[in-house]
Ligand binder design. Structure first.
Ligand SMILES: [Zn+2]
Length: 396
């Protein structure tokens, strides 16, 4: 059995609340961390560090749990750079461009889709993302949704069936029939490769009745629920997610008091809410839209996660540090809240307790920064601060 000691850590963010400074971040100074068999085996003062087969000298830098990106759409073909340029020139975002990507995705070979997924997964890993959720949703046929999930499952266990991303053009005047297809043969074909089911519950996509029908069908075959909710305007998505016990409702840009109250009502004994509000500021950035009010959610006691929403239309970034910087600058989160939301918050949104945290028994997924503190992730926006990544204990 080989062991690896990460030594001489200036600031270790554990996310074990109460185990050090910084409240929920559980910060330890002058620390060390031992990795064995892909897991964290020991955390403590550098002066007490045990012997190990290998050693990484963090040289006084900050070490954090790897980022948990709980919302990404990596299975697609083509890009929409021209649509982005048009939007920046003043055209509004409506979500209609999804159909452009659907056409390109259907026309692509398995090899092309696989290459894109692997390229983006590697890009995210270099920036510190050690756990990533990947959705289907650009195939929208039985065969194309199934192959999207099969390819996603090659790089992550957190796969989400999003056959209900948008009603495809060929079903535009028959949405009920499309919902039947999603709940029937498409779900059956997707099920072997999916852990989650998701719906884009929004005007122009799926209404509350259709979304409830689809999510309930997914639950009946063992998939857990997450929802794209309240992105483009107020709507029923957040309350529907809470009603169905969703792990996360994502976007949450347009919330009523009733939506916030519904989320807060899912508070559990550990002080977190069972349904997490996942905020995706890359989407507001890239569509030049008002940001969600993170402060309102946090002040109401709602657990908040940050994720990239990486997709070719509305948020083509794979960078969790960029999302942290946006959350601090534009959404009035503190740097500590944003770092927690991008690590432990993402883990909560995926109902995982083995990632987003550095304690004995957790996965040895961590990042070493080129900086003395987690604060620098927001303080130095756009700078590649992730010096080294350990994924399952293996240096990348
Ligand atoms: Zn999304």
């Amino acid at each position: 059995m080989s062991s690896l000691l990460v030594d001489n850590i200036g600031e270790l963010v554990t996310n074990v609340a109460g185990s050090g400074e910084g409240g929920p971040l559980g910060i330890r100074r002058r620390a060390a961390l031992l990795v064995e068999e892909g897991e964290v085996a020991w955390v403590g003062p550098a002066a007490d560090a045990p012997a190990a087969d290998g050693r990484i000298d963090a040289a006084g830098a900050a070490v954090l749990p790897g980022f948990v990106d709980s919302h990404a759409h990596l299975v697609f073909a083509g890009d929409r750079a021209a649509e982005f340029a048009a939007r920046m020139a003043g055209e509004p975002y409506t979500g209609g461009g999804i159909r452009t990507t659907v056409g390109a995705t259907r026309a692509a070979s398995d090899g092309e889709l696989r290459a894109t997924v692997r390229r983006l997964r590697a890009e995210a890993l270099r920036q510190g993302t050690t756990t990533i959720e990947i959705k289907s949703g650009y195939g929208l046929t039985v065969a194309d949704e199934a192959r999207s999930l099969r390819i996603a499952a090659e790089v992550t266990g957190e796969t989400t069936f999003l056959g209900a991303h948008v009603v495809p053009a060929e079903y535009a005047d028959r949405p009920d029939e499309y919902v039947g297809l999603v709940c029937g043969p498409m779900l059956a074909a997707a099920r072997p490769y999916a852990r989650w089911i998701d719906v884009f519950c929004e005007r122009g996509a799926f209404d509350a009745d259709h979304a409830r029908a689809i999510l309930t069908c997914g639950q009946a075959v063992g998939l857990d629920v997450r929802v794209h909710a309240n992105q483009l305007g107020p709507g029923p998505g957040v309350r529907l997610g809470v009603e169905l016990g969703a792990a996360s409702v994502d976007h949450c840009t347009h919330l009523t008091d009733a939506d916030v109250d519904a989320l807060a009502s899912t508070a559990s004994d550990d002080g977190q809410t069972a349904t997490v509000a996942t905020l995706l500021p890359g989407a507001e950035f890239s569509t030049r839209s008002p940001y969600p009010d993170a402060r309102r959610l946090l002040d109401a006691g709602v657990t908040v996660a940050l994720a990239t929403d990486c997709n070719p239309g509305s948020s083509y970034t794979s960078s969790m540090p960029f999302c942290i910087a946006l959350a601090v600058r534009e959404m009035r989160m503190t740097p500590a809240e944003a770092v927690w939301a991008a690590t432990a918050g993402g883990a909560r949104a995926l109902r995982r307790d083995d990632v987003g945290v550095l304690r004995p028994g957790a996965r040895a997924d961590l990042i070493i920064l080129d900086a003395p503190s987690h604060l620098h992730l927001a303080y130095r926006p756009g700078v590649p601060l992730v010096r080294q990544v350990l994924h399952n204990g293996v240096p990348r």
